[in-house]
Every structure is written in C-alpha cells, then in structure tokens.
Design a protein around this ligand. Structure first.
Ligand SMILES: C[S@@+](CC[C@H](N)C(=O)[O-])C[C@H]1O[C@@H](n2cnc3c(N)ncnc32)[C@H](O)[C@@H]1O
Length: 275
C-alpha cells in the first residue's frame, strides 16, 4: 500500500524529467489536468487502463510506477555490515572532507547533500563545520548510527533513507558530495543520474566525488559484491566535461578489508558548475 501511495511522486518525477506540464501529460492521455494533479498529490491513483499509455509517455515501466520490484534484491550489503557494535568505517571523516572544507568553506549559508552517507561520519563533520547538511543512504542500520553520531556531536543533519537508483532530487544544493558510492551505479544509469545531480546544483556549486574504477591489472577485490567497480578509469571525468574541473586524481592503494590484502584504484574529482 505504501508503495502504491508513492505512485504519485514517481509520476511527478518522471513527468518533470520529460519536461511535460500536468496539462500536457493530461492532453496526451485524453484526461483532465485535475486528474494528473490528484495523482501527483496522492489523492488518487491512475486507472489501470491508463497505465500502459502513461508508462509509454513517461518512458518507464508500469512496475516502476507502482513500485513493484520483482525478486527484490538487497539494495546494499552494508545494511548487515553496519549492524555491528562499533562504527564500521569509524567516525573520523574521509580525507576528502578536509579538501572540501579548504576549497569550499561555507562563508555564506551552504546546502550540502551527501549521497550514500553510510554511518554519517562525513555528514556529521560537515554539519559541525557550518554546512546545512542533508544526507541519504539505503542502509537503515547506517542511518540509525548516523543519527546517534549527530546527536552525540550536538549537530543537526537531515538524514533519510533512499535508494539512489530510484530517488530523484526535488531541490537544489551548493555542494553534492559522495565518497565510495557512485561505483555502485549500474552503467546504464550513470549518465542519467549524474546529469540529474548536475541539474540540481546551484550555479557556481560543486561536486566532490570519489569512485573506485576498474584497471585491467588490478584483480577484482575479494569483498566485491559483483555490482561495484562499474566505472572505468577516466569515465567520471568525461561526465563533467561541461563543468570546470578544479581537481582530479587517480590513485592506487592497498587495502586489507575482509583481512585479505588487495588493491583498489580510486578517482577523486572536484568539479564546479559554471555560473
Ligand atoms: C563504501 S560505503 C561508503 C559510506 C560512506 N560514504 C563513508 O565513506 O563512510 C558505500 C555506501 O553506499 C551505500 N549505497 C550503496 N548502494 C546504494 C544505493 N543504491 N542507494 C543508496 N545508498 C547506497 C551503502 O549503503 C554504503 O553506505
């Protein structure tokens, strides 16, 4: 029931992606715009006979509109990993946070979105340093710890649960930050999703992103879930060809997660949207 109730927001998000007004969508379906408005305000849901045409116009599936996921796969293996006593990633922020602070200090009110915040170490650090922080992750267990960390540090962060493959932004941010997450995005979604995040960034705003990338001479890590490292070397950079590239680096480093020594290749990008 809860999923069906969200049909309205999915229709609204897809309609906006297609740059259609409620009136235009209604016209294509041969119905009144009030009907579309009622769906989007979750006061009613579309008649089943309209669903095939609606899905075709919005270039999506009926399953997506109704929130049906066949053989619902675990969104993230971190849901279990975060169910331990301590903090899986510790509470010290990633090094990239200090670069954000140095480069984009919040001299004026600054809205920062963290995508895939895990247990909140970076989001809380940003809030402590004066950013207005919103952060999401798919792992509820991580978000619970993140909230506790924010409370312990006496800061407020707007945490919420969302699957980045489906969730779409409705507001703009000055900084979009993500560490260790985008390589979970399937290749067919990468361009669309990053374009969407770019559109929802204020002019002059910044993206700070790091991502694991494939290198033919680095074996697949032992704790790979099979759906990570979807980026190839250099690809992240090309997705920001129309922005200023303020910094970009690629590093190979040793890792001992899972107690098995292995290596990763990581790219880190700071890009600014033209004014
Ligand atoms: C390597 S961890 C990094 C966590 C955090 N950024 C940090 O550095 O502490 C990757 C995070 O991405 C989240 N994640 C993976 N797939 C996701 C999805 N589809 N939607 C939202 N979050 C996702 C995981 O739950 C996990 O917290």
């Amino acid at each position: 029931m809860e999923e069906i109730a969200k049909t309205g927001s999915r229709i609204a998000a897809k309609r906006k992606e297609k740059k259609l007004t409620q009136q235009q969508l209604a016209g294509l379906l041969g119905i009144s715009f009030q009907a579309v408005s009622k769906w989007e305000n979750e006061m009613s849901i579309p008649d089943v006979s309209l669903l095939p045409a609606l899905a075709a116009i919005l270039e999506t599936s009926i399953d997506y509109l109704l929130g049906f996921q066949p053989e619902k796969k675990k969104i993230t293996p971190y849901e279990e990993r975060y169910q331990t006593e301590g903090y899986y990633w510790g509470t010290k922020p990633n090094d990239m946070c200090f670069d954000v602070l140095k480069r984009f200090y919040p001299e004026k009110p600054c809205r920062l979105l963290e995508i895939g915040c895990g247990e909140g170490r970076d989001a809380v650090f940003f809030a402590q340093n004066g950013y207005d922080v919103t952060a999401f992750d798919a792992a509820e267990s991580g978000l619970e710890k993140a909230q506790k960390l924010a409370e312990a540090r006496g800061v407020c962060v707007k945490f919420f649960k969302a699957d980045l493959r489906e969730y779409r932004l409705s507001e703009n941010y000055d900084i979009i930050y993500s560490s260790g997450v985008f390589h979970h995005i399937r290749p067919e979604l990468q361009k669309e999703l990053i374009s969407h995040y770019k559109e929802h960034t204020n002019p002059g705003g910044v993206h700070a992103v790091n991502v694991f990338v494939q290198k033919p001479f680095i074996p697949v890590p032992p704790d790979s879930d099979g759906d990570d490292d979807t980026f190839v070397s250099g690809q992240l950079l090309t997705l920001y060809a129309d922005w200023y590239i303020e910094d970009f680096k690629e590093e190979i480093f040793d890792c001992k997660s899972n107690s098995v020594p292995h290596r990763h290749c990581m790219e880190t990008l700071f890009a600014r949207k033209p004014e």
